[in-house]
Ligand binder design. Structure first.
Ligand code: PPS
Length: 355
């Protein structure tokens, strides 16, 4: 049993972000939770022990990530692989129901119509095979994950794209009315919900060679979705032929997921836009832009340099470098050793301080 300790977030930028998030349902972070030092809303505490003590099943599958790293994309891929490419069911039933968000009670301050009041109880009574989405840091996962060892698929993404995506997410869901600059400062100060970003990524990355952990990246999915599908299927003990891989890749394309009501969350996004009096802008959609390097449209060079320096400092001595985003593996644990010079690195060459 680990003891969970909670401290108030004292950073002034945290208070500012709380004021600028107007939603009465999705608040900004106000506490830091230990172990892990992760920022959470004050809703976290009421479920903290229930998260930690949640009964795990060996055949559960967990899709884990820091927010905005490609979770939804991975959830859809994993569900389809685990369910023998049942495209019909995938289109008929919303992804939020097929792969529910385990720690939802940690981010929401009010009950939401259509979502069971006691969702953790609902999860524990599920009769079907369970696939969960979680943004919990490694240290706050249910403890039985480390004894029952269900499969965990983590997905990471370039933090520059993450902060931009998370900013637009906050505008839509948290009613954030502040500036991108304030939000960016909150990201660097580790006060956004589920931050610190790099601790989150590194804690899972360190476990990447464990047989029950698979570490993917958004960039790798963009560059070689077929390869990631094959690798993930292999990890889940499923075999797919070339035609099936092609079919799944087509279903997972940005265009297809953006127009698919079962994956695009548009029904909920529309409610939030109405609630906050927001227009139907492309940036205020849940499946928004889907690019690597989209941050360039919104971030000044000065901000990019600052974030790069922050990344460099956070990665010092860890053995992790951003080229990890470009490594491809054939099957888990057997890195082909090839570093692909894709758009991610092409961009790197144009940035003087790129790490
Ligand atoms: S969340 O809210 O944490 O679950 O968000 P998450 O799903 O992790 O990340 C959302 C970003 O993923 C993009 N996305 C995709 N990109 C490429 N292809 C597909 N199929 C796809 N589906 C979702 C989504 O657009 C968000 O990124 P941004 O940069 O905001 O567009």
């Amino acid at each position: 049993m680990t003891d969970i300790r909670v401290e108030a977030l004292e950073e002034p930028i945290a208070a500012k972000l709380r004021e600028e998030c107007r939603s009465d349902t999705y608040p900004a972070a106000s506490v830091r939770v230990f172990p892990s030092g992760c920022a959470h809303t004050d809703c976290y505490q009421k479920s903290a022990e229930r998260f930690r003590d949640f009964e795990i099943r060996e055949d559960d599958v967990w899709v884990a990530s820091y927010p905005k790293c490609g979770t939804t994309w991975t959830q859809e891929m994993v569900w389809l692989i685990a369910n023998n490419l049942d495209f019909e069911k995938a289109k008929a039933e919303r992804l939020t129901e097929r792969v529910p968000f385990f720690d939802f009670p940690a981010i929401v301050s009010k009950s939401i119509p259509g979502i069971p009041e006691d969702i953790l109880q609902f999860f524990s009574e599920m009769k079907t095979k369970r696939i969960f989405k979680t943004h919990l840091t490694k240290d706050l996962l249910p403890l039985q994950i480390w004894t029952k060892k269900p499969k965990v698929i983590y997905v990471a993404r370039d933090p520059k794209d993450v902060v931009v995506s998370y900013y637009h997410h906050h505008r839509l869901w948290n009613g954030y009315t502040g500036t991108f600059e304030d939000f960016f400062e909150g990201f660097l100060a580790d006060v956004l919900v589920y931050s610190p970003f790099w601790d989150h990524v590194l804690d899972y990355w360190k476990l990447r060679d464990e047989p029950h952990i698979l570490f993917n990246t958004y960039e790798e999915m963009k560059r070689d979705l077929h390869g990631v599908i094959r690798k993930t299927a292999d990890f889940l003990g499923k075999s797919l032929n070339e035609e099936q891989v092609n079919q799944l890749a087509e279903h997972l394309s940005f265009r297809s997921m953006k127009s698919n009501p079962a994956t695009n969350l548009e029904i909920f996004a529309e409610l939030e836009r109405k609630r906050h009096g927001l227009p139907e802008q492309p940036d205020l959609k849940f499946i928004r832009q889907g690019e690597c390097g989209g941050w360039r449209k919104e971030m000044t060079q000065e901000m990019a340099d600052k974030l790069d320096a922050w990344t460099k400092q956070r990665l010092e001595g860890t053995g992790y470098n951003l080229s990890s985003f470009n490594k491809i593996s054939d099957v888990k644990g057997h890195t082909v050793g090839q570093v692909v010079m894709d758009h991610f690195q092409t961009e790197a060459s144009t940035l003087p301080q790129r790490i």
